[in-house]
Design a binder for this molecule. Structure first.
Ligand SMILES: Cc1cc2nc3c(=O)[nH]c(=O)nc-3n(C[C@H](O)[C@H](O)[C@H](O)COP(=O)(O)O)c2cc1C
Length: 362
């Protein structure tokens, strides 16, 4: 059997997952302006649970109203969101998948055109495109945002999700705190990498405090993030600190699992560096450029305990079936509109995918 089709049992709550495939978080813009989940977004994720993914991660969902990064992004900041969240978690569970909500705050990347407010971040940072600057959060605001992560996680647990993934990758608020250029604070939230990691650490602590003993809590990190001036040394120092946090998994977002970097003078794939630093008890998810069974095998051989896909899972809701012996290769982009509609993308999501070079054929 393909190693990624083997089941996995988390220590926490002895929660078992039917295989080690993960649908990685994907913003899909299909929900309502007030943050309420739409039937379309629920149907899109339902199809991936029905299709056999072990873990189904939702799109990044903002934990505070002013944290919204994209149009049509669902929220977890109000009890008004509970009904939709419950419907989503229930349906993922009914089809046998483990549902994780990806919690985030956009920070300086939560645009004023969506929130009506000047974006907040660790420091005053240039937003680019003539959009001015973010403002630096006060200590009280930092505490409030940490509490919001806890409340959002609690809502997700109440709704029936098995856990949350805290989005510390790709340059959103947590990553803005982790990066030296976006976090130039000289109070207890900034200074060196250890201090820049404190925001994440406190969020993990608060989420743990707010949820029950069987609720999974993990973190997604980028191995390098030039926009925040975070290099591999910084990422791995944060990962060392993650070993001390009460985490159930870490997810490294490679974009391309073939990419390598040097740490302590040794060049290795990012996944391998992450696996080497992470303590044995914490499983690692790795995502980036995996399309077929050989790619999944490579990620596994590099040290991934779980293998994530995003784009392959858009066209192939049943992507895990392509890992079984003797199965054919999953077809590759471009995909026509009819194929994407059949795969449960609505017209807004299909339009969004037109921005991903060569994905949609017209
Ligand atoms: C349409 C789309 C939306 C995405 N939205 C998110 C997101 O909300 N959160 C996140 O952490 N990553 C997001 N990503 C990144 C993916 O999770 C993944 O890391 C990336 O696409 C590389 O994996 P792949 O080569 O399998 O597509 C998104 C990717 C795509 C294609």
């Amino acid at each position: 059997m393909h190693p990624v089709l083997e089941p996995y049992v988390f220590k926490r709550g002895s929660l078992s997952v039917r295989n080690r495939t993960v649908l990685a978080a994907m913003t899909n813009k299909q929900s309502h302006d007030n943050g309420v989940l739409s039937e379309d977004e629920i149907a899109w994720l339902e199809a991936r649970s029905e299709g056999g993914f072990g873990i189904i991660t939702t799109a990044a969902t903002h934990v505070e109203e002013d944290g919204q990064g994209w149009e049509g992004e669902f929220g977890t900041w109000s009890d008004e969101h509970l009904e939709g969240l419950t419907q989503l978690a229930t349906t993922i569970h009914q089809h046998g998948g483990v549902g994780l909500a990806q919690l985030f705050h956009g920070g300086m990347r939560a645009p004023e055109r969506l929130t009506g407010l000047q974006p907040k971040s660790a420091s005053e940072n240039e937003l680019g495109n003539g959009l001015g600057q973010s403002r630096a959060m006060t200590s009280a605001e930092i505490d409030q945002t940490i509490r919001a992560f806890g409340l959002a996680a609690k809502r997700c647990e109440e709704a029936g999700f098995q856990g949350v993934e805290l989005h510390g990758a790709h340059g959103y608020l947590i990553a803005q705190f982790l990066g030296a250029s976006t976090n130039r604070r000289n109070d207890e939230w900034g200074g060196n990498q250890r201090k820049r990691t404190r925001f994440l650490e406190e969020i993990v602590r608060e989420v743990r405090r707010s949820t029950g003993p069987n609720f999974l809590v993990g973190v997604r990190l980028s191995p390098v993030l030039p926009t925040c001036d975070l290099d591999l040394d910084d990422a791995l120092e944060t990962l060392h600190l993650c070993n001390e946090m009460e985490l159930d998994f870490v997810h490294v977002s490679c974009w391309d699992i073939n990419e390598t970097g040097a740490y302590n003078g040794v060049e290795k794939p990012y996944t391998t560096h992450f696996r080497d630093v992470l303590v044995d008890g914490i499983p690692l998810i790795s995502t980036g450029g995996v399309w077929n069974a050989d790619d999944a095998q490579l990620a596994h051989d590099q040290g991934a305990d779980f293998v994530g896909v995003a784009r392959a899972g858009i066209a192939h809701p049943d992507w895990p079936t392509y890992l079984a012996a003797g199965s054919s290769e999953p077809s590759r982009p471009p995909f026509d509109e009819a194929t994407l509609q059949k795969a449960k993308l609505n017209s807004t999501f299909i339009d969004y995918m037109r921005r991903w070079n060569g994905f949609v054929s017209d």
